[in-house]
Write a protein of this length. Structure first.
Length: 365
């Protein structure tokens, strides 16, 4: 199975991408609205066909990226049915199965942190995605959103601690840099519920945590009951995607063309779009003069500033039109886009695949 663990530093949220190696069908769990550009870039680069976006629960500390994922990839949104949230395609309950290629996730109800918490278990019972029910050496708070310490105790004991000892535990959050654990570890060492703790021990501990309410509570919960869809019901998907901070320095800077943000965080644009919009953009070649006049040729009207000189010559690059940076394969051009962005050029993208890809497509040079 393809497996990636991603992290949002603002909310300390873990996002998980899983996909079947053979079919590349996949699911993503607990994605964050502001990280959509990063996560979508990884999905595209790995060639994953996203089938389902899942949330372990209605989060109170961040807005889900579920609606953005559906807008970008046409996938289904899955969330616990008890929330009655809008825009949900798969209202989930205990016993449901989420299939992606030859892989599957079993849905287990683990309420207590909220009344709708779910955990997702792989078919081999070697991984469990516990949301905020069971954390690494902790458990999710139970003092709001229908939380109940007694319910959480039984959820963990009956639904999670019954999994195999070696089953890896992947939580939705961690605030100390811990990435994963195992059922055996948590059963033995979790200070809230491990080591033979009884229900009274757990409930007493949870009722006396004394934690402040999440800063995003009033924003996140209403948004997540819409599956992360913006309040403006008429907002097109493209506008929401452009508004995502990870997609660029400003919403308007990415609206000029179909710019794709790579997992490395770099803006790329398809050569075929550039070929049909050449009069609307500035073409900037960052190769050497010899390469510019060499075997691959160059694009008509392209300006030449070798990459070695670009930092000292950014003032020569007009910002009147979007800038498309060109090199042999796109690698040096990626650095060129970073240099220009740092210099304040907001409408800039790397020609994906460079001149090699341009020639492979038979586009005019």
């Amino acid at each position: 199975m393809i497996f990636r663990q991603l992290f949002d530093h603002v909310s300390s949220t873990y996002t998980y991408l899983l996909a079947d190696e053979g079919t590349r069908d996949g699911v993503i769990i607990d994605c964050v609205f502001e990280q959509h550009g990063r996560d979508a870039g990884l999905i595209r680069e790995l060639g994953v066909t996203l089938r389902t976006v899942l949330d372990t629960h209605c989060h109170a500390d961040h807005v889900t990226g579920a609606w953005l994922m559906k807008a970008a990839f046409g996938c289904r949104i899955g969330l616990a049915a008890v929330y009655r949230a809008a825009n949900v395609d798969l209202p989930l309950a205990a016993g449901a199965t989420i299939r992606f290629g030859a892989e599957a996730l079993e849905v287990r109800a683990t309420p207590g942190h909220t009344n709708g918490c779910l955990s997702f278990v792989t078919a081999a019972h070697d991984r469990v995605f516990t949301g905020d029910a069971l954390l690494v050496r902790g458990a999710g708070r139970t003092d709001f959103q229908g939380g109940d310490a007694q319910r959480l105790y039984h959820s963990i004991r009956d639904q999670l601690f019954t999994l195999p000892d070696g089953c890896a535990v992947y939580p939705a959050h961690d605030y100390e840099g811990r990435t994963a654990s195992t059922i055996a570890e948590e059963r033995a060492f979790n200070p809230r519920i491990g080591g033979g703790a009884q229900e009274e021990d757990f409930v007493g501990t949870m009722r006396n945590l004394g934690l402040p309410h999440p800063k995003q509570l009033d924003v996140a919960v209403p948004a997540n009951l819409r599956s992360g869809k913006p309040e403006d019901e008429d907002a097109p998907a493209e506008a929401a995607l452009a508004a995502t901070p990870s997609s660029g320095s400003s919403g308007s800077s990415m609206s000029w063309g179909p710019v794709v943000r790579t997992y490395a965080g770099l803006p790329e644009i398809d050569p075929e779009w550039v070929a049909s919009h050449r009069q609307e953009v500035l073409l900037l070649d960052v190769r050497s003069r010899a390469e510019f006049d060499g075997e691959l040729g160059h694009l008509e009207g392209a300006e030449l500033i070798p990459l070695d000189e670009l930092r000292g010559r950014t003032a020569e690059v007009s910002a009147d039109k979007p800038v498309i940076v060109v090199c042999q394969t796109g690698r040096r051009a990626a650095m060129g886009t970073a240099i220009l962005a740092k210099a304040g050029v907001t409408r800039v993208a790397n020609l994906a695949g460079g001149m090699v890809r341009w020639r492979e497509l038979g586009l005019p040079s």
